[in-house]
Design a protein around this ligand. Structure first.
Ligand code: PXL
Length: 299
């Protein structure tokens, strides 16, 4: 029998205020008709961007118990989606979760949440970076921002980079294991009429093809947009869309959310105005116009 509703196991933190991780992932995927089964990694009072003195409870032991119960229940997921982890020790739990619940018919998506704008997030350290390099080997898809691309490859972060170098970086990441790399917030080298662009570039290893979505840079940074982006991409893929359509839908959604927030001078640390925008996820998609970058053979 055809599945009535697809299920995603979402391994992320729950932050009470500020719209990040599970508070974004659950409404987005639910709106797209997909059930989210959260496996919380930590509970925080707020996300860690723009707030100090936040409370933080690490849930590593509890994660094991949830996994054991789900194992006994023989649950099956259409996607395993991991993101912000509470400690580097959780990498081992996520890795075992993928061994137990991942298979050739479902999708393992790892968002290697480590930092942004060239900086590590406040709770992340070098051990997390090193462990994350191991975890991404098990992914079908990873969705790093450009800061995370640089951290995973031990490259220096720059805010201006040639596209050919980015393509080499993505091939290098794919050689570490994942089949598809979707890299966000890629700064563009040249500015046309002094306009800045921040692009999404994806690499599909099996087909050896790159896709690019060009986005006008908006001079504001809202925590949690990475979680929103990856959630829309996952929802779109699970609905049966192709990779370029999925990365395009994600980009359009984030662009609209940022526009909505920026126009109100909404405090960036409160995240994007998600609730005003969820309904557009069910509207017909008009393409942003993705580009197919030159086919680049590895030989
Ligand atoms: O959006 C990534 C993220 C997730 N969870 C927490 C965060 C952040 C980014 O700042 O602080 C707690």
């Amino acid at each position: 029998m055809e599945k009535i509703i697809k299920k995603v196991a979402a391994i992320h933190d729950l932050s009470g205020f500020g719209r990040s991780s599970l508070t974004n992932i659950i409404p987005i995927l639910s709106t797209m008709g997909i059930q989210v089964c959260p496996l919380p990694t930590a509970i925080l009072s707020t996300h860690t961007g723009g707030f100090t003195d936040f409370s933080f409870i690490d849930l590593t032991d509890n994660m094991e118990k949830i996994m054991e119960h789900w194992d006994k229940l023989n649950l099956e997921f259409d996607c395993i989606y991991s993101g912000f982890l509470g400690s580097h020790k959780q990498i081992d739990v996520v890795s075992r979760f993928i061994d137990r619940f991942g298979n050739k018919n479902n999708l393992t998506v790892i968002d290697p949440v480590l930092g942004d704008d060239g900086e590590l997030y406040k709770t992340m350290g070098n051990e997390m970076v090193q462990e994350m390099k191991k975890l991404i080997k098990k992914a079908d898809i990873i969705t790093p921002n450009f800061t995370e691309v640089c951290l995973l490859l031990d490259k220096e972060y720059v805010d201006n980079i040639n596209e050919e170098i980015v393509k080499d970086y993505l091939i290098e990441l794919a050689e570490m294991g994942p089949k598809i790399i979707i890299a966000t917030s890629i700064p563009e080298e040249e500015t046309i009429l002094n306009e800045k662009y921040s692009n999404v570039i994806a690499y599909d290893k099996e087909n050896d093809v790159f896709w690019k979505i060009r986005c006008k840079y908006i001079p504001a940074s809202y925590p949690g947009t990475g979680d929103c982006y990856t959630s829309v991409v996952i929802g779109s893929l699970l609905q049966g869309d192709s990779l370029p359509i999925a990365i395009d839908r994600g980009t359009q959604f984030i662009t609209q959310c940022i526009r909505a927030s920026y126009g109100f001078k909404y405090n960036p640390r409160e995240g994007i105005l998600l609730e005003k925008m969820l309904n557009i996820l069910n509207m017909p998609v008009i393409s942003n116009g993705y580009e197919i970058l030159n086919y680049k053979s590895k030989k």
